[in-house]
Ligand binder design. Structure first.
Ligand code: AMP
Length: 396
């Protein structure tokens, strides 16, 4: 079934074809070594699916933010690692800037899998230069978009290149399809009751997302430093807790929630500290207000028990960002209890998004979510209801 009117792999005629695929191999490197290969491994099912059918597959990705050619940001270690994972030869293609990528690839007929050197070595990638995009596309039979994290960026490999293909010649890989399906299931197709759980520290980035999700959800559980903005607005004392959002934004959320009859639930107790330090003595505060000179760092046990009861009744759950400073053990219980409760509710469709929530799941060794969104800013843009340029370019 096409998702968002975009072709999935099964809709593309791949047999014997030459395929160019935009992937996200933006992996962390230290002294030329890949320190986390999650993104490479995540793309393997799509790569293997295409390799089993196509004649040749060329992978294109960016890595870091180079200004011109920076040898430390070469995709060479990625190509070598991919070769190890797949147990097959993988070639790195350099200097494709002024040469036809297709011609260079066809001059390597023995090479079934080729990785293009870092797209962002060339400024034309970010400026969505038409010639640069055409050079990535011309000659190839099929374009596959498999870099969800860049789908909101109007770059040549994301937006320009797919437009050189007819709608039947372009589509998305398993990763992007999975991400789109999950995001659709928590927006347009959410089963009620839909519960939004929101925490974290960077509140400002999430205002438009919350406002848009209020169109779809029925209840919101608030934790993290986000909670202190709402508590302060409600007239409670938040003392030295982090509040990183203007009250007009909080007001807009409260107003929209009221209009849509969405209930916003705030913590009724906290774990606080006198200093912002991992070894600060945790103070259990049994009220929504915080004592003088304290910093709220986690939801309290009463709140996490209440949140767990609400979670058990939901049928769709989207959780973004930790409910406390979970990296410090004394302030981790809220995030752990809530994540455990979400994992335990097998009747709900459960999606978690945001890098820090994923780190929390890893730390507490919790799995059982239906989808773990790795889309970052792109997923947030989708959830904010803003069109994604790369998705538009891919539509069939
Ligand atoms: P975000 O980047 O917005 O997803 O926020 C994630 C970060 O928020 C994590 O590193 C948490 O430790 C942090 N965080 C959660 N709750 C609090 C809090 N009450 N005060 C300060 N930081 C928090």
């Amino acid at each position: 079934m096409p998702i968002n009117n975009v072709n999935t792999l099964d809709k593309l005629q791949l047999d014997g074809k030459r395929v160019i695929m935009r992937v996200d191999f933006n992996v962390p490197l230290q002294n030329g070594k890949i320190t986390d290969d999650t993104r490479i491994k995540a793309a393997l099912p799509t790569i293997e699916y295409i390799l089993a059918r196509a004649r040749q597959l060329v992978l294109a990705s960016h890595l870091g933010r180079p200004d011109g050619v920076v040898s430390d940001l070469s995709l060479e270690p990625v190509a070598a690692h991919l070769s190890e994972l797949l147990q097959q030869n993988v070639s790195l293609l350099n200097d494709y800037h002024h040469n036809s990528v297709f011609k260079l690839a066809t001059q390597m007929p023995e090479e079934k899998l080729i990785v293009l050197e870092n797209l962002r070595f060339y400024k034309e990638e970010k400026s969505n230069d038409r010639d640069f995009a055409g050079n990535l596309a011309n000659g190839f039979d099929i374009y596959v978009g498999e870099a969800f994290g860049t789908l909101h960026r109007a770059h040549a490999s994301v937006v320009g290149a797919p437009q050189f293909f007819s709608p039947s010649q372009r589509g998305v890989g398993f990763l992007v399809a999975g991400e789109l399906l999950a995001l659709e299931k928590i927006t347009a197709a959410a089963k009620p009751p839909f519960l939004l759980i929101i925490g974290g520290a960077k509140v400002r980035d999430k205002i438009t997302v919350i406002l848009n999700l209020l169109k779809h959800c029925h209840q919101v559980l608030v934790g993290g430093s986000m909670a202190y903005a709402f508590l302060q607005h409600a007239g409670y004392e938040v003392s030295k807790s982090r509040v990183d959002v203007q009250s007009e934004h909080v007001e807009a959320i409260i107003r929209t929630a009221a209009e849509r009859k969405v209930e916003i639930i705030l913590p009724s107790d906290h774990v606080a500290a006198q200093q912002l330090a991992a070894d600060a003595t945790p103070i259990h505060v049994d009220s929504p207000s915080l004592p003088v000179d304290s910093i709220g760092l986690d939801i309290g046990s009463k709140t996490s028990a209440q949140y767990s009861r609400i979670i058990a009744k939901a049928r769709t759950i989207f959780w973004n960002a930790p409910l406390g400073k979970f990296e410090w053990d004394s302030y981790a219980q809220g995030t752990r209890v809530v994540a455990t409760a979400i994992a335990a509710n097998r009747d709900a469709y459960r999606v978690v998004g945001g890098g820090d929530s994923l780190a929390a799941l890893k730390k507490f060794n919790i799995d059982g979510f239906d989808h773990i969104s790795t889309g970052g800013g792109a997923a947030l843009q989708y959830l904010a209801g803003e069109p994604m340029a790369g998705l538009k370019a891919l539509k069939g």
